[in-house]
Design a binder for this molecule. Structure first.
Ligand code: PGA
Ligand code: ZN
Length: 415
């Protein structure tokens, strides 16, 4: 039973230059674990609360000194000296110490930092890799990556509305082979865009290209062409994250870049037409986060053909996923630890998805750190898929490179 000797935290910066937490947990046996907490931009309404200081004189109100204090004094004060039977035991204790349904008192960022740092300390104490130590209750496996190539929405200045256009590999033997193909497509996408006269001045928040395309569909054309330029049509398909809650106005979806507004059924028609005309195999947040009725209709229409992922819809929340499963809304869930705030609840969502026959995609946030925890989580949970962003920017690469390390060294060693 690992006993907690010390808990510490300090403020660091994430990949957008916003403050976030670095948390350390020390065990009585001498081992340490550290974790850094990610942060979203296109956050769902039903996510657990990320506690920010709100002091306009520091980081435009985004400081996390209160959350740091909560880790050191409230959580540290209560947990130091105690032993825990399991991760679930620790996480339950923190949920009780917080006492709110959305972790708004102590902050989901504070609680998640301790949850993950403790898991790492335990793995270090056991002298085994993190993925082998995490109590996922599932068979570990290497996930297939869906990789961001073109970005829009809140991650790329809103030039188009759909947030991510991603490439999904299939039929590759290893993650290393998949990544080689995906890097080639990232280059081909750039070359295609430049040839067509688009100006590229850098990459978006998750490392995808963010050109001023004339429509959302133009991004599908670009990515389809890039895949063909590399002759990879039979090995690579397309996924999109519509993130539609972020351009819903009233009961409609406003495509400002195309100067048109769609009703729910027109939005479903548009998505269906993309599935018919492009190699789209996965659609995330195709409809608004509270439109359960629309999601049921969307799932009836496209659920047999493509993966329909709920991100803002489910917010990694066991209660919201249970509701969706009951209604048969969506057929897959996006899993982001900081949407719910503890590892135990994250594993609970993954378990529920497995039992309901829903697929799961373990996902990073648009604001990330160099922490590679997510890679170990994806392997440990056997989720099958991971979404980290693009293959540029080191906060993304830390996860891909950790997956390559697990694939190349640790899985081989373990078998
Ligand atoms: P976020 O974006 O981290 O800004 O929420 C990721 C996503 O929507 O999947
Ligand atoms: Zn999303």
């Amino acid at each position: 039973m690992p006993k907690i000797k010390a808990v510490d935290a300090f403020e660091i910066l994430d990949s957008r230059g916003n403050p976030t937490l670095s948390v350390t947990v020390a065990l009585a046996g001498g081992d340490l674990g550290r974790a850094q907490v990610p942060s979203g931009a296109s956050t769902g309404k039903h996510e657990a609360v990320e506690l920010r200081d709100g002091d306009p004189h520091r980081y435009r109100g985004k400081g996390v000194r209160k959350a740091v204090t909560h880790v050191k004094q409230v959580l540290g004060g209560a947990l130091v000296g105690d032993s825990f039977d399991s991760q679930a035991d620790l996480d339950q204790r923190m949920i009780e110490l917080d006492g709110t349904p959305d972790k708004s008192r102590l902050g989901a960022n504070a609680i998640l930092g301790v949850s993950c740092a403790y898991a790492r300390a335990v793995a270090n104490e056991e002298r085994i890799p993190l993925w082998a130590s995490l109590p996922s209750g599932a068979e570990p496996s290497m996930p297939v990556p869906m990789v961001n190539m073109i970005s829009g929405g809140l991650h790329a200045g809103g030039l188009i509305e759909v947030q991510d256009f991603l490439a999904v590999p299939h039929g590759f033997q290893t993650l290393a082979d998949s990544l080689e193909a995906l890097v080639a497509i990232h280059h081909a996408t750039r070359n295609w865009l430049v040839q067509k006269g688009y100006r590229l001045t850098g990459v978006a928040d998750e490392g995808g290209w963010g050109p001023a395309l004339e429509s959302n569909e133009a991004a599908l054309e670009a990515l389809t062409a890039a895949i063909a330029m590399d002759g990879l049509e039979s090995n690579v398909s397309i996924a999109i994250d519509v993130a539609s809650s972020h351009f819903r106005v009233g009961n409609s979806y406003r495509l400002t870049s195309e100067q048109r507004t769609l009703k729910r059924h027109e939005m479903i028609d548009l998505l269906a037409s993309w599935v018919d005309r492009y190699p789209v195999v996965s659609i995330e947040d195709g409809l608004d986060q509270d439109d359960w009725e629309g999601w049921v209709a969307l799932t009836q229409r496209l659920g047999e053909k493509v993966q329909l992922i709920g991100d803002d819809l489910f917010t990694t929340n066991p209660k919201r996923l249970a509701h969706g499963v009951e209604l048969r809304a969506a057929n897959s869930v996006l899993v982001k630890m900081n949407q719910i705030g503890t590892l135990t609840e994250t594993f609970e969502v993954l378990r529920m998805a497995r039992e309901a026959g829903y697929r799961a995609v373990v996902s990073a946030r648009s604001g990330e750190t160099e922490d590679s925890f997510l890679a170990d989580l994806a392997v440990a949970s056997g989720a099958g898929q991971i979404k980290i962003g693009s293959i540029t920017r080191s906060e993304r690469l830390s996860k891909y490179n950790r997956l390559l390390e697990i694939e190349g060294r640790e899985i081989a060693d373990a078998t």
